[in-house]
Write a protein that binds this ligand. Structure first.
Ligand SMILES: Cc1cc2nc3c(=O)[nH]c(=O)nc-3n(C[C@H](O)[C@H](O)[C@H](O)COP(=O)(O)OP(=O)(O)OC[C@H]3O[C@@H](n4cnc5c(N)ncnc54)[C@H](O)[C@@H]3O)c2cc1C
Length: 395
């Protein structure tokens, strides 16, 4: 079989939110962008579909009109986190006032964003999978791609891996690292909705796992869970999913009599870790650059924010772009990562989680401040100060 050859300035692998956003931003600035997608839109993605408030700003900066995505999105006041008899409402507020989270149908949202990348001037190549990077003098200079018509060689100045939490780009660049903790299996399905959950979601923390209920437009409910990977929850996807529901009585009660509308989709294990997010001629964005756990629900925002950082670092001179990108990532994500790990630590220690939830339930202002930091509406560092942590934990 002969190998086709193709040229572009920036080769973006993966047309999820990160890949489509970076492709749209770069194409709008006149870069010649080829966007590869292994599948074809509309394609499902295992996701709890609860997006944090600041996706709005990211999408506006990208130039995507609000009504291009809001028609199928449901504004939500926030998320109620529940563990047994303890419950706390996570709400968001920034300098302008209260902010909404969003119930996003990823099938529709991701397809709209990929279409926007094309409208912005990127070429989208579906059913085309990244295979291996090509190197010239220690710098990535292209990739071997598999297409329905056979293998193709694409030369490029920049390779951007936006191929999600199982990133082959990260793997083939040699920067993927094993995920040690938390080791969780993610599963999601849509159910018939619940009128009591029309304007907020619920996150139920169980004994070693959690289940999120996020309303979607059209009277549907996303049921998403992160389960332990030790096999104790059954063998088949259905057994595990049902065990996750039945193991938390409040979830079982919410879903009693409601029909499941989609197949169960899984992601196993949930996390992804890399040693570096950029190097000579390459960058990783979105989940491909690392992903901890969906409990705090900001993966979509992070995909868009890291896409912006990558596009901005490539806006001017190419020299040093990867260093600018790494610096921008540190500024944008270091404090948030620390906060996310703090929440993960609490999840791993249920008595501490229960204690913190009880304290937060009686301190709504503190809960709102924490929620706003988790929802990127105020700096994450605000919620990491010793004074703030003392406010949460003091008896
Ligand atoms: C169970 C679960 C629940 C979650 N819940 C939430 C939530 O409620 N809120 C939230 O904000 N985030 C959530 N997340 C995280 C969120 O889904 C991700 O952070 C987000 O999808 C990252 O976007 P991305 O563009 O980086 O990757 P993806 O959305 O994974 O897109 C990657 C794309 O790359 C394509 N691809 C893969 N390999 C190749 C290849 N070799 N060649 C070409 N294309 C390729 C894939 O087909 C895919 O389209 C959840 C994740 C999981 C696993």
């Amino acid at each position: 079989m002969s190998t086709a050859a193709l040229d572009c300035e920036v080769l973006v692998v993966g047309a999820g939110p990160a890949g489509s956003a970076v492709a749209a931003a770069l194409a709008a600035h006149g870069r010649d962008v080829l966007l590869l997608e292994a599948r074809a839109h509309p394609r499902p993605k295992a996701c709890a579909e609860y997006a944090s408030p600041r996706i709005v700003e990211e999408l506006r900066r990208l130039g995507l009109a609000d009504d291009a995505w809001r028609a199928d999105a449901l504004p939500l006041s926030g998320m109620r986190v529940i563990r047994g008899d303890d419950a706390v409402d996570v709400r968001y507020r920034d300098a302008a006032g209260p902010r909404s989270a969003w119930g996003l149908d990823r099938l529709v949202f991701d397809a709209a964003l990929a279409a926007y990348a094309v409208a912005s001037g990127a070429r989208l190549w579906e059913h085309a999978s990244f295979g291996e990077p090509l190197w010239t003098d220690g710098r990535v200079s292209g990739a071997v791609v598999s297409t329905p018509n056979g293998p193709a060689t694409v030369t490029c100045r920049w390779l951007i891996g936006a191929d999600g939490a199982r990133s082959r780009v990260a793997n083939r660049l040699g920067v993927e690292r094993p995920v040690v903790v938390p080791r969780r299996l993610g599963m999601v399905a849509h159910y018939q909705g619940d009128a009591e959950l029309a304007d907020h979601g619920e996150m139920h923390v169980g004994p070693g796992w959690y289940v999120g209920l996020a309303p979607l437009a059209g009277g549907r409910l996303n049921v998403g869970m992160a389960l332990p990977m030790d096999g104790r929850m059954g063998r088949t996807a259905l057994e595990r999913f049902q065990a996750g529901i039945d193991g938390i009585p409040a979830v079982a009660a919410r879903l009693a009599g409601r029909r499941r509308l989609t197949p169960i989709r899984g992601a196993s294990p949930i996390g992804h870790r890399v040693a570096r997010a950029a190097g000579p001629g390459w960058m990783l964005v979105g989940d491909a650059a690392g992903f901890i756990d969906p409990f705090t629900g900001e993966g979509i925002y992070r995909a868009l924010r890291s896409a912006r950082a990558a596009a901005e670092s490539l806006a001017g001179n190419d020299d040093g772009a990867e260093k600018r990108y790494l610096a921008a990532r540190r500024r944008s994500f270091a404090a948030k990562d620390a906060l996310t790990w703090l929440v993960q630590g609490m999840l791993a220690a249920p008595p501490i989680m229960g204690y913190a939830l009880r304290r937060l339930a009686s301190r709504p202002e503190t809960a709102e401040r924490l929620g706003s930091a988790l929802g990127d509406c105020r700096p994450a560092s605000d919620a990491l100060s010793p004074l703030f942590l003392a406010q949460v934990l003091r008896p």
